[in-house]
Write a protein that binds this ligand. Structure first.
Ligand code: CA
Length: 382
């Protein structure tokens, strides 16, 4: 409810204004002198103040200048009510930052119009202010991101320089081969990081329009999982996939969907100890789909792996470049962008990804609302 403070020492006028404003649906409060008004403004933070100029004790100018000095009350719209609106009075009030003047006697519709006009302007100012704050915040995040990205890119580059130096001084073919392998590894890391950064950039800029196509999950999921089974076997891990005999055939962007699943599987393989288990489960959950996507169905992919992440680290997992401290005991060298990409891609497909970790297992659940019929007309790519 919009709160209005009326500072007026003439009781009959004060009461009349309060009554009218109350009947218009405003939350009202009155003050009979300047000091009481200033005090009320600083405790109640009204949305607008009507204030007489001539008041006992502190006059209207003193009230206004007191309000403008306090950052919490400085922006409250302020309308003077005055019997003597000479040029000098008006100038003085405007210099102090009054928003409007009403000369007594005024009609109540004039008062209400002045109030509405101020409140509308104030709403615009608040919106602009919020937008500016948002932009400043996102600018800050961008700066932080550039700083972290530069540091991350420096890592492999420094190792490449070092491996090159060692290669120049290699004493035998075995050493030469070892440094070449190291060089290859670091180049691969650098390229992978640059590719992920570019993908994040393209996602943010929305440069690749969604290209929904009908997918047969029964064959599509195993084709994606297969290379990860090989990867897991190399580290003596077991990767099981549990795909029910019937799954709907969603119309979905296959590239985004594949990337999400691959990142989740890659993540699970990386952070599971040699010998540990990884499980992928696909489900079409009707109860959940009714809540999230009443007009369609929902597919759930659950990737669980044998590793536990302490609760305190979980909120950071989707932050760019974040790595759980001491989680990479097997030197798998993640760049900390995989889960950031997963979250953004899931959002792009109108879905979400959640994580839970307990009893020695970590579980990522991807929920995607799906359409099973292709749209009859495809919207042109923008
Ligand atoms: Ca007065």
């Amino acid at each position: 409810m919009t709160k209005i403070l009326v500072i007026e020492d003439e009781p009959s006028l004060r009461e009349e204004i309060l009554d009218i404003l109350e009947s218009e649906g405003f939350d009202v409060m009155g003050a009979e002198d300047g000091l009481e008004g200033l005090d009320s403004a600083q405790t109640n933070f009204p949305d607008l103040i009507l204030c007489d100029v001539m008041l006992p004790g502190a006059d209207g100018y003193a009230v206004l200048s007191g309000l403008r000095q306090n950052p919490d009350t400085a922006l409250i719209p302020f309308i003077f009510l005055t019997a003597k609106a000479t040029r000098e009075n008006v100038r003085q009030g405007m210099d102090l930052g009054a928003d409007d003047y009403l000369t007594k006697p005024f009609r109540m519709d004039e008062l209400l119009n002045a109030i509405t006009s101020r409140l509308t302007k104030q709403a615009t100012i608040v919106q602009i202010h919020q937008k500016v704050t948002q932009l400043q915040h996102s600018n800050l995040l961008k700066d932080e991101f550039i700083g972290s990205a530069s540091q991350e890119l420096r890592g492999p580059a420094t190792n490449i320089m070092m491996a090159l130096k060692l290669l120049q001084q290699a004493a035998n073919p075995e050493q030469t081969q070892r440094y070449i392998d190291r060089l290859q590894q670091e180049c691969y890391r650098e390229i992978h990081l640059i590719d992920d950064l570019l993908d994040l950039h393209y996602l943010g800029a929305n440069e690749r329009p969604l290209q929904p196509e009908k997918l047969n999950l029964q064959t599509w999921i195993p084709a994606i999982v297969e290379p990860f089974k090989t990867q897991a076997r190399k580290r003596q891990q077991t990767l099981w996939s549990n795909i029910p005999p019937y799954l709907p055939m969603p119309v979905i962007d296959a590239a985004d969907f594949k990337r999400i699943l691959s990142e989740l599987l890659n993540n699970a393989c990386k952070y599971t100890a040699p010998g540990g288990k990884i499980v992928l489960e696909a489900r079409c959950d009707l109860t959940a789909s009714e809540a999230i996507n009443p007009d369609g169905q929902m597919i759930m992919l659950i990737v669980s792996n044998e590793a536990e992440i302490p609760d305190k680290f979980i909120p950071n997992l989707f932050q760019p470049f974040y790595r759980v401290p001491e989680s990479d005991r097997w030197q798998q060298g993640g760049n900390g962008l995989g889960l950031t990409l997963v979250e953004k891609l899931a959002k792009r497909l109108n879905g979400k990804v959640q994580i839970s970790s307990k009893a020695g297992w970590t579980q990522f659940t991807l929920q995607l609302p799906i359409e099973t019929n292709p749209p009859t007309t495809l919207a042109p790519n923008k």
